[in-house]
Ligand binder design. Structure first.
Ligand SMILES: [Zn+2]
Ligand SMILES: [Zn+2]
Length: 340
């Protein structure tokens, strides 16, 4: 299928976290979008236990990592009126459902690298690409490289000026049509990152990012992660906030590129988000359902991955994330063996 054609294979993220007069416009427009018409029906979702799936044949370490442990994982919160699940019909993807689609998501087992492709300029306020690369490498436990940056005018994507912000936007579906050809031969997936604003079709105000569930390509923008995009220059040190938001959107979008759909079971990195407040409230970690999916795909060492993430969180002073990671490691360590 032509990846430039919008389809349910794409996952989009838009935000209403803009001045109220813009939010109204945005909501009106999103209702026109095919994927944004109905709220999720919570009663139809599988239970959290069914979503995790049977752990009978799992190793003790896997059981410790994937079981529903209330001390580590909170069930997903009720959605507020402007939240993602109030406006999008998510069915919930169980681990067993993921296992069935894995051969399609991962048609080749030899592709064990990721690539980040910068589009346009990354000025002094942009997040560090090297730190993002490292986070991505630790999170997915795959070697990750940064490709040579491509100037905006060299990307074959339609542009428009957003009438609310008067800022240039690039059409994501054009980028996603071009991107697979930029993917290195050894890479499982390539993700384009940019400080330019994005839109997925004419009826939308903007999107944070968009990824293909199959095909190994995605694009996301950091533009709206800086409050100064909306004219708010009151905050003094925004670099930690912008970097954390960028880490989250990068790994969330890449999670989709591993075939993981939005999570409706726990508070989780893979929850959908409709606005920045909702995205900021979501954790950087995966819940047991989504971690089990990623583990099935990548087959990483659960303990080593968490230890390296803990070191990263400590280095970046991500205190809450580091605290959680220590707690999780405390649970995993007694079940590790030298053979694992
Ligand atoms: Zn998403
Ligand atoms: Zn999850």
């Amino acid at each position: 299928m032509d990846p430039a054609i919008p389809s349910p294979r794409f996952r989009s993220h838009a935000s209403r976290n803009i001045p109220p007069f813009l939010a109204g416009i945005f909501l009106g427009l999103t209702l026109l979008h095919a994927e944004a018409q109905t709220a999720s029906s919570k009663s139809a979702w599988p239970s959290r236990g069914d979503a995790i799936g049977s752990l009978l044949t799992a190793t003790p370490l896997e059981r410790a990592a994937f079981e529903d442990d209330a001390a580590l994982h909170a069930p997903i919160k009720e959605a507020g009126p402007g939240d993602w699940l109030a406006q999008h019909d998510e069915k919930g993807q169980t681990f067993d459902a993921y296992r069935l689609i894995l051969p399609r998501v991962k048609p080749r087992t030899d592709l064990r690298a990721l690539a980040i492709l910068p589009i346009g300029e990354f000025g002094p306020k942009a997040p560090s690409l090297e730190k993002l690369r490292r986070y991505c490498e630790l999170f997915f436990a795959m070697p990750t490289s940064i490709l040579r940056a491509v100037p905006v005018d060299k990307v074959p994507a339609k542009t428009r000026i957003n009438s609310n912000t008067n800022k240039r936007q690039l059409l994501t579906t054009d980028i996603l049509g071009w991107l697979p050809n930029q993917k290195p031969a050894v890479a499982y997936a390539v993700i384009a990152v940019t400080m330019e604003d994005l839109y997925p079709d004419e009826s939308w105000n903007f999107v944070f990012g968009q990824a293909m569930l199959q095909g190994g390509a995605g694009v996301f923008s950091f533009a709206r992660y800086d409050p100064s995009f909306y004219g708010d220059t009151s905050a003094t040190d925004l670099s930690t906030l912008i970097f954390k938001r960028s880490c989250k959107v990068l790994t969330h979008e890449m999670g989709h590129m591993f075939g993981i759909k939005h999570c409706v079971f726990f508070e989780c990195l893979m929850n959908g988000s409709n606005h920045l407040d909702e995205a900021d409230a979501q954790p950087m970690r995966l819940c047991p359902v989504c971690l089990r999916k990623l583990h099935l795909h990548v087959r990483f060492d659960l303990l080593k991955r968490e230890e390296s993430l803990l070191r990263f969180y400590e280095e970046q002073s991500f205190t809450n994330e580091a605290d959680w990671s220590r707690k999780f490691l405390g649970k995993l360590r007694p079940h590790s063996s030298p053979l694992k």
